[in-house]
Design a protein around this ligand. Structure first.
Ligand code: NAD
Length: 485
């Protein structure tokens, strides 16, 4: 079978596709079949140099345009992205294995939302005037310069857009390196931005593994690094950026709690737990993988969950009827199988699924463990796969202490009909993104990001502007200057 997936070339730099076959080959594997569907080459030093010098060269003129002009480019890109939603979604499904049922409503669409939102905001970015008697200070909101974006493999279009849109709105240029597991979609984001009128060099994409990411992060011409990835990678990238005192945004991993009190609407709580564990086959950073269920509602919750999971349609992800696709790679599938074995070994009770499917591709059934305790590996470590751990609890104080007893702090959710308890619990969560009677929404209008080891900085919303720009204060004296001698 042939696939419509081979890109014109590996990299997109200075407004054009660029190839350098001296770079190591990176195979692109379709997770639903295990077949090779494309290949790209890792960036050579010459490619890295070309990308960084192009971004540096383009930055001054891009920043000198008015916000309205820059915003128009981004909004045009949003329109093109929406017009091409079908093709982009098909490609996203080939790149990641996520079902078309998801990609057609979440990936290019949320990328377009970010381009539209920050495109609209570009013209509103201003400083302020601060009166000091007769004298005054004004501030200028200025770009940081060249930003590097480094992506994870679960949302390649979204991550490339969530980083690119605010960076470009503020007058920065970007070099983006997608995950080596999903190298295809970011090239389309670059192509579309260029087609929408972004000058050459404003948004560049280069391929490679961690070594290429590391070369970008340590380059003196780079002013800011925004990473979406795991905590161990975050530690390395943060440290490397610190050596150059560069700005950073770190969107890292999690082991988030969902607390279900026994007054909750069971159907909604089950829906939240399904969304928070099995969407994208569980490969979502903010997933609520520790589901604390109050003892009075536990059996009803588990029974309904098992019934609902039977309705999951596992199969060809390009078929719009499929609601549960494969894992992104053989490697990730192996990691998930290892955690499921550990769960059984450590005494958790397997109540649903967890078996690899006897077919091509990297398929595993959604998996639910009950009677999980806080010390078990599956309750402590990020699995990044469809493995839900259900834990029991008695009262609010106890569950809050246990929910927060983790080094992560990305997200947290609560299901209850008690209004004051819902807000008290949300206030008590040590997490950047919290949900009451819902889970895993991520609209561009709201800040998204983690606390504790889940990250620093925020993406989306007005908050992202602070992470892609800096303020300059200008002091203006209207009278004479007084000096002591
Ligand atoms: P990863 O940490 O293995 O890799 C992330 C990216 O970093 C890749 O592009 C990789 O090539 C690059 N990289 C690796 N080493 C590097 C180095 N030394 N210097 C520079 N770059 C380097 O993560 P992954 O397996 O691709 O993605 C899964 C992880 O991402 C999970 O932990 C998940 O929770 C997290 N994630 C977080 C968010 C969020 O917004 N908080 C979103 C999606 C995924």
């Amino acid at each position: 079978m042939t696939y419509p997936t081979q890109p014109k070339a590996s990299h997109f730099i200075n407004g054009k596709y660029v190839e350098d076959t001296d770079g190591a080959v990176i195979d692109v594997i379709y997770p639903a079949s295990g077949e090779k569907i494309a290949q790209v080459h890792s960036a050579t030093p010459a490619v890295i140099e070309f990308a960084l010098s192009s971004a540096r060269q383009a930055q001054g003129a891009w920043a000198a345009m008015t916000g309205t002009e820059r915003g128009r480019v981004l909004r045009r890109a949003a329109d093109i992205m929406r017009e091409r939603n079908h093709d982009l979604s098909v490609l996203e499904t080939y790149d990641t294995g996520k079902p078309y049922q998801e990609t057609s409503v979440v990936d290019a669409t949320s990328g377009a939302d970010a381009l539209e939102y920050f495109g609209g905001m570009a013209a509103t970015l201003t400083g302020e005037h601060i009166q000091l008697g007769e004298d005054w200070v004004y501030t200028r909101r200025e770009p940081l310069g060249v930003c590097v974006g480094i992506g994870a493999w679960n949302y390649p279009t979204q991550i490339a857009s969530w980083k690119g849109a605010p960076a470009l709105a503020c007058g920065n240029t970007m070099v983006f390196k997608p995950s080596e597991t999903t190298p295809l979609c970011a090239l389309k984001v670059a192509e579309i931005l260029h087609e929408a009128g972004a000058p050459a060099g404003v948004y560049n994409v280069i391929q490679g593994l961690g070594d290429v990411g590391a070369a970008l992060v340590t380059d003196d011409r780079v002013d800011k690094v925004s990473l979406t990835g795991s905590v161990p990678t975050g530690r390395k990238v943060y440290a490397a950026a610190a050596a150059g005192i560069k700005h950073v945004t770190m969107e890292l991993g999690g082991k988030s709690p969902i607390i279900v009190f026994d007054d909750a609407d069971v159907e909604n709580a089950v829906s939240g737990a399904i969304l928070g564990n099995f969407y994208s086959s569980g490969q979502v950073c903010s997933n609520g993988t520790r589901v604390f269920v109050q003892k009075g509602i536990k059996e009803a919750f588990l029974t309904r969950l098992a019934e609902r999971l039977k309705d999951a349609v596992i199969g060809d992800p390009q078929d719009p009827a499929t609601s549960f696709g494969p894992m992104v790679s053989e490697r990730q599938l192996g990691i998930v199988e290892g955690y499921i074995a550990k769960g059984k070994e450590e005494g958790a009770r397997l109540v649903y699924g967890g078996a690899r499917l006897a077919q091509d591709g990297f398929y595993i059934e959604p998996c639910v463990f009950a009677d999980v305790t806080d010390d078990m590996t599956i309750a402590r470590e990020e699995i990044f796969g469809p493995v839900m751990a259900v834990l029991d609890f008695d009262d609010e104080d106890e569950v809050m202490a246990r929910a927060n007893a983790t080094e992560f702090g990305l997200a947290a959710g609560v299901f209850t009909r008690d209004l004051t308890r819902a807000h008290r619990v949300a206030a008590g969560f040590q997490a950047g993104t919290c949900y009451i009677n819902t889970y895993n929404d991520a609209p561009v209008e709201a800040p998204f990001g983690g606390s504790k080891q889940s990250g620093v900085g925020r993406e989306n919303s007005k908050a992202a502007i602070a992470h892609y720009s800096q303020l300059k204060s200008v002091y203006v004296r209207m009278g004479d200057v007084e000096a002591p001698f």
